[in-house]
Design a protein around this ligand. Structure first.
Ligand code: SAM
Length: 290
């Protein structure tokens, strides 16, 4: 029998999250990071905060659904505000991608899973002729408004609508993490880049995704998320070597966040300690073999 695809209504039956549960997780993770070799006062503060949160969980706090959306529904909902919402992952990632592209000569450039055209805009400004591909019509509509100089095509990064060897450089940013297996998309990037051409991949870092790095976005006065899958460095390296892609550089960057506002505000000190030094962005700079 054919599988009935889930609807948004199904996703809305997601787990009901109480803010105190989230904060308890943050306090507990911060405690874990310091419990053996940390500061006594900080550890005591975490234990006290955990005690207060556990006690308050006995009451009847409001629980809010944080539904999971698939890529299509999620980015259709996220597109109108994607560019307006401060994003700590993007702040960490953007300078690393700019650095990886700094010595690439202007030519034909692909922005795969381009979204609203963040890197496409940078490529246009650097003198490239740019084509952007994304499976979300809503994200592409924003990109087209912003960047009439570029061409945008609806398409999947696992079956790119481009000819073999047709671009000099390809960027694929913060999208592979939405695929359970990044291999087929990396193979497509290797196919469409000319021999000797360059590929820049950025992704949510596996350490961040494993800890609690789902792609959260504002939805219905609350939050929703699109699933991120953690891809370990070994998985990438296997894919690269099988495709003849040479690693020029691998760069990682920690979170640059203001924890005094938003989700973490009631546990800002713990959040700071929890995320300290944990990379959130991973950027691979690659070259296709001859
Ligand atoms: C976090 S956004 C990143 C957008 C843009 N690359 C950036 O860095 O600002 C992820 C994008 O990947 C796109 N995406 C996810 N899976 C895709 C797939 N299989 N094929 C094409 N696009 C995909 C989504 O539609 C969304 O626009």
């Amino acid at each position: 029998m054919a599988r009935v695809p889930p609807t948004n209504e199904d996703y809305r039956m997601a787990r009901q999250v109480r803010t105190e549960e989230f904060l308890l997780g943050v306090e507990g993770a911060a405690l874990l990071r310091q419990v053996v070799d940390g500061n006594d006062e900080f550890v005591a503060e975490r234990v006290a905060a955990i005690g207060r949160l556990v006690e308050s969980l006995g009451g009847d706090q409001t629980a809010t659904a944080v539904p999971e959306f698939d890529v299509d529904d999620g980015y259709a909902a996220w597109a109108p505000v994607y560019d307006a919402i401060p994003n700590a992952l993007i702040r960490a990632e953007e300078p690393l991608v700019a650095d990886a592209l700094a010595d690439v000569q202007p030519g034909w450039a692909l922005d795969a899973a381009c979204g609203t055209g963040r890197h496409a805009a940078h490529l246009v400004a650097s003198g490239h002729a740019v084509v952007g591909v994304d499976r979300s019509a809503a994200m592409l509509a924003v990109a087209r408004r912003k960047l009439p100089q570029a061409e945008f095509r609806v398409g999947d990064m696992t079956a790119l609508p481009l000819d073999d060897g047709s671009v000099d450089v390809a960027v694929c940013a913060l999208a592979l993490t939405h695929l359970p297996d990044p291999g087929p998309a990396i193979a497509e990037l290797a196919r469409v880049v000319r021999p000797g051409g360059r590929i820049v991949l950025s992704d949510a870092h596996p350490a961040y995704v494993l800890l609690q790095g789902q792609a959260l976005f504002p939805h219905d006065d609350g939050l929703a998320f699109v699933r991120n899958y953690p891809h370990l460095h070994s998985r990438y390296l296997d894919a690269f070597s099988g495709l003849g892609l040479v690693v020029r550089r691998c760069a990682e960057s920690p979170m640059d966040a203001d924890f005094s506002a938003g989700l973490y505000a009631r546990a800002a000190a713990a959040a700071q300690a929890l995320w300290a030094g944990i990379p959130v962005a991973l950027v691979w700079s690659l070259q296709r073999g001859p």
